[in-house]
Design a protein around this ligand. Sequence first.
Ligand code: CA
Length: 221
Amino acid sequence: MRLLLVEDDSSISQPLKAGLEREGFGVELATTGAAALQAGPVDLVLLDLGLPDLDGRVVCQNIRSTSKVPIIVVTARQDEIDRVMLLELGADDYVVKPFGFRELVARIRAVLRRSGSGANDTEPVEWGPLRIDRRVRQVEFNGEQVELTPKEYDLLAALAADPGAAVTREQLISDVWDENWWGSTKTLDVHIASLRKKTDPGLVQTIRGVGFKLAESITEP
Ligand code: CA
């Protein structure tokens, strides 16, 4: 995964670049809006709005006008950015400075998953008896096609993005519903229950106090 980090402040960009590289991302750094617009293709753009040469909003619109690459905008508190403005700019998400590194990485991964630009996103996921064909959103279990609702599919795909890894409830809600979703978290449990019913009760394991993961192996009853 290659990221373009657009940030003029080296006291932010240098540690951020090093941290993201430790997370396994390739990081290309642009310190001006002009450099950002000339950068080669990447998998995600992390764009500071306060740039020395061009208005970050213009940079965002320009990138979006030529590319579908996911964009996460980084704003200062005084930018007073709102979601409507973000949509108009074509950004996928935003973080407000100062932000936590962990939060940022979680946002990056969530945006990559939502945009379907995760690694090998056209390759089917094979996990024990489970097979997910992401190009056509079809799921097979033990060789039989499973009919899932769109949300059930999104939930399973979110769990299978990194099969066997724990995914928090908050992450799943953010990925499948909306990051600013204030509905009852019971909805998540209802969908998990439905996935278990349609596949195998042991497929999705509960990690108490954390969230869920796909089972490493499913033991026959
Ligand atoms: Ca700046």
